[in-house]
Design a protein around this ligand. Structure first.
Ligand code: ADP
Ligand code: HMS
Length: 571
């Protein structure tokens, strides 16, 4: 009796942990979090080796594919590492939740194996995960849009901002289906990346019963309760009979990430050194998990600022009502917080705009200096490391020093098309106002202005559509690394911006979902208050700059209209 009571008391005080796994564009990170206060005990990052070598990618045609082996190796290495670093015992790890980029769908064989792991398909890019930023399906997205508006039935794009994007599920599948019959013949179903990794870990192996992500389905696959789930087979058949037949092998129901997808299966429990009692939560997208990690609340816009941006808001179902917000990436019941509508917008390139410019400027380094015979290999490596470490920092410092009164070119942020407002992935960037006096820091400043103006267009669209924004929260690499960009953004938006302290807000958000799915916290809002990230900085608008930026914004809009008109004319 005494022992029983003691054991019960011990379980009550026993510390419990959860793991959040965040699959970004280039790497995956795991965090191991204390469920009682959100403290991060350990974290580990794994860079995808095949992706780093750009295998299976063809940037010249916007083809970006990832091999699932990159993800599988990362899964094992990061989780094993956080277990080792933290030293916690396996039975105290109560839950795991996976977030990934999206829409990043991949073909799956009948036995649940990713097709790229099936003999004969290991080197075929069409059998791999089609990364969110792959824009090979522009033509197919246009077809979907045309059909949705003209077929006489429901407009299935209506909860996805009214425009279907080439970054999304059906357009990508349609593209691959037309490009590679061998792949579709060997494919049983398609899964979003967040569902695939969850499926890999969970003990539910029946593909039909497996719980798919509401977030992925609602934002990218036109799933909506009002029309009974995925778009009608009749609609899909008009695009391609393959899509209509595939529909039967996809899913009817979808689930929010506070729900249990299963328990950790024996195979992966063995690989990770965990027990089969660990709960696996339903998967989700990185940005939505990031919003939870940053304590998203009513009227707060959480901007995940990295390679691209995702702009996330939540609103009560009553406030949104039957209204559909035009030109965004969707409004989905429960995509962020169960029971509330999650709204998503974003820019297809944010940090990537600056990364493009950096790559451009590095051409002489890569092709002349690195191939020169004057320097030794060791000197070249040293030089390259020094340049790399100073590059963006020095450009930022010099660009920041250029007064706004000095003529700075006007640029567009559309190097990877425009995600929102009003998706158009065919748009390209342009820079105007270049003179002999224009230096690299001038162009860098114009690009920073451009990414901030792109953000302003999104904020304005939300407000025009009646979605009130009271606070802006920044998370992600750029938010934490670039005070210059954050100050420019505060000036352009004319709004204060808080930056979340956590380096890993999406992974932390995933851990929060895991804590709810495993029954440790009652709901996501409560868990987010207890475990979510605090803020480390706040940028406030500088009144002396706000008006000048407002004038420059008009020039950005004029250049944008000109480029868009020409793009549409040349279609
Ligand atoms: N100091 C910096 N200033 C501006 N941009 C930066 C800086 N450091 C990194 N970046 C940009 O941040 C992006 C990576 O963001 P990050 O959040 O780390 O990754 P991901 O988007 O893959 O999750 C890259 O596009 C890179 O160009
Ligand atoms: O579009 C979404 C989610 O809907 C993101 O996964 C996508 O922008 C990729 O995000 P990152 O730029 O890699 O942080």
């Amino acid at each position: 009796m005494f022992w029983a009571i003691k054991a019960q008391a011990l379980t009550h005080t026993m510390k419990t942990y959860v793991i959040g796994l965040d699959y970004g564009s280039d790497s995956v990170r795991a965090v191991l979090i204390d469920t009682q206060n959100g403290t991060e005990l350990a974290s580990e990052v794994f860079w995808y080796p095949r992706w780093k070598a750009q295998k299976y990618c063809r940037p010249e045609i916007n083809q970006f594919r990832q091999h699932p082996l990159d993800h599988i190796e990362g899964l094992e290495q990061t989780i094993r590492a956080v277990m080792k670093q933290s030293g916690v015992s396996p039975e105290t790890v109560k839950g795991i939740c996976i977030d990934t980029t999206g829409s990043s769908p991949m073909p799956i064989a009948e036995d649940g194996t990713a097709l790229a792991m099936v003999p004969g398909f290991e080197e075929n890019p069409n059998a791999m995960m089609v990364l969110w930023k792959d824009h090979t399906a522009v033509k197919e997205a246009n077809e979907i849009n045309d059909l949705a508006r003209t077929w006489g039935g429901e407009d299935f794009t209506k909860y996805e901002g009214g425009i279907y994007s080439s970054e999304w599920f059906w357009a990508k599948i349609l593209h691959v289906a037309r490009a590679d019959k061998e792949v579709v013949n060997a494919t049983h179903t398609w899964m979003e990346h967040c569902d695939y990794v969850t499926y890999l870990l969970a003990d539910e192996k029946d593909l039909k019963k497996f719980k798919r992500s509401r977030c992925a389905a609602g934002h990218k696959a036109m799933w909506h309760e009002s029309w009974g789930g995925l778009p009608d087979a009749e609609f899909l058949a008009k695009l391609d009979p393959y899509l209509a037949s595939l529909r039967g092998n996809l899913y009817d129901e979808t689930y929010t990430s506070d729900e249990v997808a299963g328990h950790l299966n024996e195979e992966w429990a063995g690989k990770l050194g965990l027990t089969t009692n660990t709960v696996i939560a339903v998967g989700t997208f990185d940005a939505h998990a990031g919003a939870v990690g940053a304590k998203v609340d009513h009227h707060a816009l959480v901007r995940v600022m990295g390679t691209s941006t995702c702009d996330i808001m939540v609103s009560s179902a009553e406030a949104v009502g039957s209204k559909t917000v035009k030109g965004i990436c969707g409004q989905v019941d429960g995509s962020v917080i169960p029971g509330m509508i999650g709204l998503e917008a974003g820019q297809s390139a944010f940090g990537d705009v600056l990364a493009w410019f950096k790559d451009l400027l590095e051409w002489p380094m890569d092709h002349l200096i690195m191939e020169s015979t004057v320097l030794s290999e060791a000197q070249k490596q040293e030089l390259q490391a020094e340049v790399e470490s100073k590059f963006i920092r020095t450009l930022s410092e010099q660009a920041e020093g250029i007064p706004l009164t000095e003529s700075v070119p006007i640029a567009l942020d559309w190097v990877n098309g425009r995600r929102t407002p009003d998706a158009n992935q065919e748009l390209k960037s342009a820079i105007s106002g270049i003179s002999l006096g224009t230096t690299a820091p001038h162009i860098f400043k114009s690009l920073v202005n451009a990414i901030c103006f792109g953000a302003k267009m999104i904020v304005d669209r939300f407000e025009e559509e009646g979605v009130k924004i009271e606070t802006v929260i920044g998370i992600g690499g750029v938010a934490r690394k670039s005070p210059f960009i954050m100050q420019t953004l505060a000036n352009v938006l004319n709004m204060p911006i808080k930056v979340a302290e956590s380096d890993q807000a999406p992974a932390l958000g995933a851990a929060i979902y895991a804590a709810v799915a495993s029954g440790i916290h009652k709901n996501v809002i409560e868990a987010s208050k207890i475990m979510g990230s605090d803020f480390e900085a706040e940028y406030v608008p500088e009144p002396s700059q706000v008006e000048t930026y407002a004038k420059l914004l008009e020039e950005y809009k004029a250049l944008g209209s000109f480029v868009e008109e020409r793009t549409n004319k040349n279609k």
